[in-house]
Write a protein that binds this ligand. Structure first.
Ligand SMILES: Nc1ncnc2c1ncn2[C@@H]1O[C@H](COP(=O)(O)OP(=O)(O)OP(=O)(O)O)[C@@H](O)[C@H]1O
Ligand SMILES: [Mg+2]
Length: 283
């Protein structure tokens, strides 16, 4: 891995009505590295990558691609800049084949607009084979597993010349075997010089696949480290900044007025159910 910086995000802030999702966050990405973005729920990880993928506009801050200050206008522009994103919710058309999905909207064809399927399947198969995964691109997406669908998304991003690939919690729906395969693909992408932003809150994973890690907490930048320079407990401290034993500190709150009450509710499934819910209460 070299130290070429392909992306620099500086002083990024993002405000939604009533919420500061990001507050002065810095992030830097090198060529061919797997950079983990770590943080608790709501820390701002997805918001940061959505700014990069053009889905959201930053409120303030600067973004540099290969040292050039760039305003990312929209998702198409981000794609053009070489940013690919694999969302947790996959975005494929299930009744089309893997190959058609890879080239959706830019199918190879002749002047009359007739699609050249031989070329479409040939080129999409080459992209898939280059990733060293075993998927027949003639198969319909709905007949593929989640992990295979993810690979189709990766192939699609690569066909668009993605130099930066974002994976937002890619392993949440995968089996252990599929995770191994995904990691093999990620190593393969690295060797091609693709930089990867990898979001996860599974600490075990990042020690296996990550080169560096940046931690966010409550929308703020906490720090960046080489993976080999940090321990799991240091990372947990950076993420939560409180003793682990009180990860969910119990708060005593005053029980307010009753806002809902069921009395003897009965139907074919329920028999005389009673409950009472008060304002501010978790029942
Ligand atoms: N479209 C939106 N409108 C309003 N608030 C939003 C929006 N998107 C995110 N937020 C808020 O911004 C904050 C950061 O959210 P974000 O989704 O970036 O967190 P995250 O780190 O990805 O969390 P998770 O691990 O749960 O995916 C949260 O408080 C969230 O409620
Ligand atoms: Mg998220």
């Amino acid at each position: 891995m070299n130290n070429d910086i392909v992306l620099q995000m500086l002083h990024i802030s993002k405000t939604f009505p009533g919420v500061v999702a990001l507050d002065n966050v810095d992030f830097q990405l090198r060529k061919g590295e797997v950079h983990i973005l770590l943080g608790e729920n709501g820390a701002g990880k997805s918001t940061l990558v959505k700014i990069l993928s053009g889905a959201y506009q930053k409120t303030s801050g600067e973004i540099y691609f290969n040292k050039i200050n760039t305003e990312i206008k929209d998702p198409k522009h981000a794609q053009h800049l070489g940013v690919g994103i694999i969302y947790q919710e996959l975005n494929l058309v299930s009744h089309l084949s893997a190959g058609e999905n890879i080239f959706l909207g830019r199918e190879p064809g002749n002047k009359l607009g007739i699609i050249d399927y031989k070329k479409l399947f040939g080129e999409s198969q080459k992209l898939i084979d280059d990733l060293k995964v075993d998927i027949d691109t003639c198969r319909l997406v709905k007949d593929l597993g989640v992990a295979q669908q993810q690979m189709v998304e990766v192939a699609k991003a690569l066909s668009l010349n993605a130099q930066i690939l974002i994976m937002d919690e890619p392993t949440s729906a995968l089996t252990d075997q599929e995770i191994k395969e995904l990691f093999a693909t990620i190593r393969c992408l690295k060797s091609k010089g693709v930089s990867i932003i990898y979001i996860s809150h599974r600490l075990e994973e990042l020690f296996e696949i990550g080169d560096r890690v940046t931690v966010l907490r409550d929308g703020k930048y906490v720090g960046t480290h080489n993976i080999q320079d940090v321990t799991k407990s240091e990372l947990i401290n950076m993420m939560v900044n409180r003793e682990l034993k009180e990860q969910f500190p119990k708060q005593t709150v005053k029980i307010d007025d009753e806002i809902l009450r069921l009395e003897e509710v009965t139907n074919q499934h329920l028999h005389k159910i009673n409950l009472s819910l008060h304002r501010g209460e978790i029942l």
